[in-house]
Write a protein that binds this ligand. Structure first.
Ligand SMILES: Nc1ncnc2c1ncn2[C@@H]1O[C@H](COP(=O)(O)OP(=O)(O)O)[C@@H](O)[C@H]1O
Ligand SMILES: Cc1cn([C@H]2C[C@H](O)[C@@H](COP(=O)(O)O)O2)c(=O)[nH]c1=O
Length: 216
């Protein structure tokens, strides 16, 4: 039976790499599939991993009917053995429903990859619908790490190096610390305390003298 599988993890946990590896494994066995993405850092119509791999992909604009696109391709005699969806958190909820119909109605496996929650710890609409509909939700095995050494489970956004908890849900960006708007993966504890790597370093190199009492 075909399945809808959601692989999720923080930013920089290897999701796009796994998406491209999955595509490679199917292609190397002579299978033909479709690769979708949305707002990849490298631009429109491409899926890219930080390890340097990339592949052309179909850009999922908000009005794209994915189910109809697959049906049209099948009607024209094209083969679609599997579907890969990267940056699935950005898909519309209705597009996740379309993916479920591709699985159930057309018998095609769908492998979706994305982050669950935004920098405010709120679920993205696409991820919420995937959690509701997926046959399986898998967490990436390679653990991204917080600066404190714990497993990173949350994504923080920084503006000018300072963590923020308000703003637009979607701002395409990277985990590059020097960018004006950037992201950093943190464990829940540090995320809730709003302590990024930079804030932690600043606290440890404070020029303020330690409080001490004069001996009488
Ligand atoms: N120079 C490097 N050497 C080895 N691994 C790296 C290097 N740079 C990044 N990575 C790994 O690449 C992964 C990020 O890959 P990517 O697929 O782009 O992540 P995601 O799609 O989840 O944001 C991380 O697991 C990171 O550890
Ligand atoms: C947390 C968070 C992330 N984003 C953006 C930033 C990146 O462009 C993507 C995630 O890409 P990755 O391949 O997982 O690194 O999502 C955002 O728009 N809003 C957020 O809150």
């Amino acid at each position: 039976m075909a399945e809808l599988i959601y692989y999720c993890g923080t930013m920089d946990s290897g999701k796009s790499t796994l998406a491209l590896q999955t595509a490679h494994n199917h292609q190397s066995r002579g299978r033909t599939g479709l690769i979708f993405t949305n707002k990849d850092r490298a631009g429109s119509g491409v899926i890219s991993s930080r390890l340097g791999l990339s592949s052309p992909a179909i850009e999922v604009n908000p009005d794209l009917d994915i189910h109809k696109m697959v049906v049209d391709k099948l009607s024209m005699g094209e083969r679609v053995d599997y579907i890969i969806c990267d940056e699935a958190q950005f898909y519309e909820s209705v597009q996740i429903d379309q993916l479920a119909r591709v699985v159930d109605g057309l018998g095609i496996d769908v492998f979706a990859f994305g982050i669950l929650a935004d920098f405010r710890t709120k679920l993205f609409p696409g991820s919420a619908r995937l959690v509701e509909l997926a046959d399986r939700v898998n967490t990436l095995q390679v653990e991204a790490l917080c600066w404190c050494g714990s497993r990173a489970t949350h994504n923080a956004r920084t503006v000018g190096g300072v963590m923020v908890v308000e703003g637009e849900q979607v701002v395409v960006g990277d985990v590059a610390p020097d960018a004006e708007i950037a992201y950093e993966v943190l464990c829940r504890r540090q995320h809730m305390l709003q302590v990024t790597a930079r804030a932690s370093r600043a606290a440890h190199t404070s020029s303020l003298p330690l409080p001490f009492k004069e001996q009488s």
